[in-house]
Design a protein around this ligand. Structure first.
Ligand SMILES: Nc1nc2c(ncn2[C@@H]2O[C@H](COP(=O)(O)OP(=O)(O)OP(=O)(O)O)[C@@H](O)[C@H]2O)c(=O)[nH]1
Ligand SMILES: [Mg+2]
Length: 227
């Protein structure tokens, strides 16, 4: 499978900016440091497209990545639940996120990232329930599978399946485990077809010209667990 090309097209800070983009979009949400920006890089096979840091709170703006050739956005959101952010900052971000989820007519689906090492956290469950309550579809994604034991992954999948009715896609941005399954889920939600290897030749050329395959390729089947 050939993944599409991602291009950073815009950044936003205010609700007006957030509601002003007219392409369909799919947003990545999750706690600070869960691995949203890393996942964007792994999906794009690039190392430095989205800024990544071991210090939580790295992403401060909402970043729109155009998915080419299809013409929709993957939206990298700042993380929530960052313990060192002030109460005021957290309150502002929560209200911005809530308005974006509720009012953005172009938002098709929410990809909810959860750390594979942690039991479901209240703040993530609340976000998932809020999304469902406003009719927004949710794709749950477990991150950092390379740091998890098989039995942890099994437990997390069962816990989240009980909460959401669907088991999360298991991923590792470090190894690119789960990227094929993730792209397939995104394409299903956005109603587009992933190009097969033949169709993808022209897309691959453009991506190669755009600079760098930063990650070692590995594309396991949907719903698999980390090796
Ligand atoms: N081992 C491993 N580390 C990961 C993985 N994904 C992310 N990380 C690490 O986790 C840290 C946070 O990653 P980011 O992608 O910046 O997280 P984020 O969710 O975008 O964080 P904020 O922008 O603060 O909300 C970095 O040190 C990454 O290298 C993964 O799949 N495996
Ligand atoms: Mg980030």
């Amino acid at each position: 499978m050939q993944e599409p090309e991602l291009v950073l097209e815009a950044t936003a800070y205010t609700i007006d900016q957030l509601l002003s983009r007219d392409w369909r979009q799919i947003a990545l949400a999750g706690r600070s440091n869960v691995g949203k920006s890393s996942l964007i890089n792994a999906m794009a096979r690039r190392r430095t497209l989205a800024k990544v840091s071991s210090t939580p709170g790295k992403t401060r703006s909402v970043n729109y990545y155009a998915v080419k050739p299809w013409g929709f956005y993957l939206v990298d959101l700042p993380g929530y639940g960052y313990a060192r952010a002030s109460h005021e900052e957290r309150r502002k971000w929560a209200s911005l996120l809530e308005r974006y989820l509720k009012e953005c007519r172009e938002l098709v689906c929410l990809v909810l990232l959860v750390d594979g090492r942690l039991a479901p956290q209240k703040i993530d469950v609340q976000l998932a329930e809020y999304a469902k309550s406003i009719g927004l579809r949710v794709i749950p994604v477990l991150t950092k599978a390379d740091k998890c034991k098989q039995r942890e992954i099994g437990a997390r999948r069962a816990e989240w399946k009980q909460i959401l009715g669907v088991a999360p896609i298991v991923t590792s941005s470090a190894s690119r485990f789960g990227m094929k399954a993730l792209w397939q889920a995104v394409c299903r939600e956005m109603d587009v077809e992933l190009p097969d290897e033949g169709q993808a030749a022209s897309v691959a050329k453009v991506a190669a010209g755009a600079g760098g395959d930063g990650c070692a390729g590995q594309s396991p089947d949907a719903g698999g667990t980390a090796s």
